[in-house]
Design a protein around this ligand. Sequence first.
Ligand SMILES: Nc1ncnc2c1ncn2[C@@H]1O[C@H](COP(=O)(O)OP(=O)(O)O)[C@@H](O)[C@H]1O
Ligand SMILES: [Mg+2]
Length: 308
Amino acid sequence: MYNNAFFLGKGGVGKTTLSSAFALELARRGKRVLVASLDPAHNLGDVYDTKLAGKPKKIEANLDALEIDLGFWIKQYLDNSREELKTHYAYASTLNLDPFFDIMRYSPGTEEYAVLWAIEHIHCDLAPDYDLVVFDTPPTALTLRFLAMPTITNMWIQELSNLRAHILERRQTIGRLNPGSPVAESCVDKDDDKVYGRLGSIGRRLMLLKTLFTQKSFISVIVNPDVLSVSEALRIKEEMGRLGLPLSAVLVNKLGMGTNSWNLDSDLFGQLSFDVAFKKEGLRSIKDLGSIDIQNLVNHFLKSWKES
Ligand SMILES: Nc1ncnc2c1ncn2[C@@H]1O[C@H](COP(=O)(O)OP(=O)(O)O)[C@@H](O)[C@H]1O
Ligand SMILES: [Mg+2]
């Protein structure tokens, strides 16, 4: 059952525009919809012509929107990690970890985890009040990285769990051979080991997100009638394939915008695709947003929703 929708694509193709128009149309057809912007450079509020924050704000009947506060989620992630280190590793309480966490704020992966935990919060705490959550995604690189994160992290969680199990086994052997040794005091079974348990719980959180992305999400890629956006869409499709993420549809937005020749690569042709016309007069208000013709996409979505 899809209860999430993601629109991916090159910067400027219309991710924010089409995700907000899609959400609006579904809300007008009676579905309760939340649109959540995951883009650190939010402009969902601009499109709906209102100021948005981290909590859902009503846009119109059946439609709420929010823009995640990435700074808050990064701080939350770092604070939790710091707390965990102190709780589970006694030596950590004797060290000053502040400089380490100051660096971690800017280290690779931090932003991706922060986005993941924001999605987890939306999924667990907010989504139950809605039929569907539509995500307005950040640029491709960050989106692909956070989509990949559950799979990648699970691999090393698995390795770390094996390693921990091995350490615990060794400790037990030493404890048996030498019951008086200091190691014997810390002999516990896997099930009673805090670190092993913690790895398991992180693994379960990530599995939930992986299931959300691979089984509960309608993921489409947007292209424009130009070569660059099509090339990027091909790369996205390839990467999604590697991650086991289903590509539900291709949206060709801004049709009729230019006269340059272009073609939808045959690799994308095989996909179900929907055309969206370019609005020459521009998009300035929520009324303009409502006039974007995405009826076919919405019909298809509602049909596959029922079937899924
Ligand atoms: N179908 C359309 N017709 C006219 N303008 C469009 C259309 N789709 C998007 N735009 C315009 O293109 C620009 C980029 O769209 P946006 O949704 O912000 O892209 P993205 O979120 O992918 O970066 C905006 O100015 C938006 O109003
Ligand atoms: Mg955008």
